[in-house]
Design a protein. Structure first.
Length: 266
């Protein structure tokens, strides 16, 4: 593997020894997301779920990357039903059938572990279950496209083609990002695109893939709190996220669930 350097697009190429730090941070994040599932029940509040996450991050010897980030004061983003991303934990109680994305990022020994999953309070509707399945599978289609020599456009195209093939839409207002010893870095990882377009993938690149898929139209709007993004047509939205590193012949998923709970999480 090449020594650490930066491409002309500003994408950092990490050294072989950097994978261990990202793996450890990713596994800690995944462990917390494994544990939080039992807390997602009708009647629970998203603030209570966030309190549990905050405590576990501290107990496991890590730091929350989101507390204090641009003024944000929570250890997670929790996005319910038609909230696309960046939902702020609060006192509203979950109802039976609510679907929610829980997004957690930790810092462990200077490395950032970032992942999110879908959960259900009670029993999901048939439409909600199908949305979550397609979103999960779209993420995995994108990950299958990750190998040296492919492009970031290949990742986006794989996700877009799969989601739209199931008559769902890909959110275009938010994207994945480079990660490592910083929370957000180049490149922007779009979840739509054309094959062969964009920078080429190289061994040592670290980034997230985190498609947001809507049952309705793709348009979003951000609420007055300047964080919460929702679907404009109030349709359900789902998201799954992994942090990965490009290897010589594919990729390593840093945030795989230790307990095999990434999906389904209910």
């Amino acid at each position: 593997m090449n020594e650490a350097r930066v491409t002309r697009e500003g994408i950092r190429i990490h050294a072989a020894e950097d994978f261990a730090g990202m793996h450890a941070a990713g596994q800690l994040t995944a462990r917390i997301l494994d544990e939080v599932g039992s807390r997602v029940q009708p009647g629970a509040t998203t603030a209570e779920i966030d309190d549990f996450i905050r405590l576990r991050v501290e107990e496991l010897g890590a730091t929350s990357a989101t507390i204090g980030y641009r003024g944000y004061q929570h250890a997670s983003c929790i996005s319910v039903n038609h909230v696309v991303c960046h939902g702020i934990p609060g006192d509203k109680r979950l109802a039976d059938g609510d679907i929610l994305n829980i997004d957690v990022t930790v810092i462990l020994d200077g490395w950032f572990g970032d992942s999110s999953r879908m959960y259900v309070a009670g029993t999901p509707s048939v439409k909600a279950r199908r949305l979550m399945q397609v979103t999960h599978d779209a993420l995995m289609k994108g990950i299958e496209a990750v190998r040296p020599g492919n492009s970031f456009g290949d990742i986006g195209h794989a996700i877009q083609a799969y989601a739209e093939g199931h008559r769902m839409s890909v959110v275009r207002d938010f994207c994945g990002h480079g990660i490592g010893r910083v929370f957000h870095a180049p490149p922007n990882v779009l979840h739509f695109g054309r094959p062969g377009k964009g920078p080429l993938l190289e061994e040592g690149m670290f980034f997230t893939i985190e498609p947001m898929i809507n049952l309705g139209r793709p348009e979003t709007k951000v609420l007055a709190d300047d964080w919460t993004a929702v679907t404009r047509d109030k349709s359900l939205s789902a998201q799954f996220e992994h942090a990965i590193g490009v290897t010589a012949d594919g990729c390593e998923i840093f945030t795989l669930s230790p307990a095999g709970k990434f999906f389904p999480s209910f």
